[in-house]
Design a protein around this ligand. Structure first.
Ligand code: Z5A
Ligand code: MG
Length: 218
C-alpha cells in the first residue's frame, strides 16, 4: 500500500480577531504549500455551504433569530460533520489549513454575556475534535481592524463584542494543555505577515500520527 510510505499532512489552524486577515493568510499559505510541491486544502468555518452552514449564515446576516445555545451547537455541528474528511486528508498526506475553528466557536459564544454560556460550557462540544499541530493567532488592535473593509456588517461585529473576544481568546489558550500557539502581529503589511507564517510552518513536524484531540480545559 503506497499510503504507508507517505508521511501525513499537518493540521494548521489560523485564528484571530475580525479583519485580522485570516482568510487572506490562509489563501497565501495554501498557495505557498502547493507552490513548494506539497498538497494542501483550505477549509473555512463556518462552512456556509452545508445545511447547518446555511442556518448559521441566516443567523449571522440577521435574517433569522436563534437561541444562543442552539446557534452555538450548530457552529459545533458544522465542524463535526467535516472532521472525518479532514482526518482522512491528513492521513493521505494533504496539509489542511483551517480558517477559524473551535477556538472561535467557544470564544464568540462566551463573549455574548449570557451567563448560561460560560467558556467551559461553550468548549465542551469541541472536545474530541482533532487538535491542530500548530495554531497561528493573528493579533490586531481594534483600531487597525476597524480600518479594513466591510467592518460592522454582521451580527458579532460590534466594538464591545470584539473587546470581549480578544480577552477570552487569551484566557482560552492559557487553559489548553500542550497547544502550540504562535502569536502573529497582523497589523503589518500582508506579505510581511505571510513571511512570519511560512517560517512558523517550516518548523512544524509531521512525525507520528495525528491522534491527538482537543481535551477538557484546565
Ligand atoms: N463564529 C462563531 O461565532 N462561532 C464559530 O464557531 C465560528 C465563527 C467558526 C463569521 O466568521 C462570524 O462567525 C465571526 C465569528 C463567528 N463573527 N464575527 N464577528 P467568518 O470567519 O465568516 O468572518 P469573515 O467574514 O471571514 O471575517 P473575518 O474572518 O473577520 O476576516 P478575516 O478573514 O480575518 O480577514 P480578511 O478577509 O483576510 O481581510 C479583511 C480585509 O482586510 C480585506 O479587505 C483584506 O484585503 C484586508 N487585509 C487583510 N490583511 C491585511 C493587511 N495585512 N493589511 C491591510 N489590509 C489587510
Ligand atoms: Mg475571513
Amino acid at each position: 500500500d503506497t499510503q504507508e510510505s507517505q508521511s501525513r499532512g499537518i493540521l494548521i489552524v489560523i485564528e484571530g480577531l475580525d479583519r485580522s486577515g485570516k482568510s487572506s493568510q490562509c489563501q497565501k499559505l495554501h498557495d505557498h504549500l502547493v507552490g513548494n510541491g506539497g498538497q494542501a486544502r483550505y477549509v473555512k468555518f463556518p462552512d456556509r455551504t452545508t445545511p447547518t452552514g446555511k442556518m448559521i449564515n441566516s443567523y449571522l446576516t440577521g435574517s433569522v433569530e436563534q437561541d444562543d445555545h442552539s446557534i452555538h451547537l450548530l457552529f459545533s455541528a458544522n465542524r463535526w460533520e467535516a472532521i472525518k474528511g479532514i482526518g482522512r486528508d491528513i492521513s493521505n498526506g494533504i496539509n489542511v489549513i483551517i480558517d477559524r475553528y473551535s477556538f472561535s466557536g467557544a470564544v464568540y459564544s462566551a463573549a455574548k454575556g449570557n451567563p448560561e454560556l460560560s467558556l467551559d460550557w461553550a468548549w465542551y462540544p469541541e472536545i474530541g475534535l482533532l487538535k491542530p499541530d500548530l495554531l497561528l493567532f493573528l493579533d490586531i488592535s481594534p483600531e487597525e481592524a476597524a480600518k479594513r473593509g466591510n467592518y460592522g456588517d454582521e451580527r458579532y461585529e460590534t466594538e464591545k463584542m470584539q473587546a470581549r473576544v480578544r480577552t477570552l481568546f487569551k484566557e482560552l489558550f492559557a487553559r489548553i494543555d500542550d497547544l502550540d500557539v504562535w502569536l502573529v502581529d497582523a497589523g503589518r503589511a500582508i506579505d510581511v505577515v505571510s513571511q512570519d507564517i511560512f517560517a512558523a510552518i517550516a518548523k512544524v513536524s509531521s512525525d507520528g500520527p495525528l491522534t491527538e484531540s482537543l481535551g477538557k480545559l484546565g
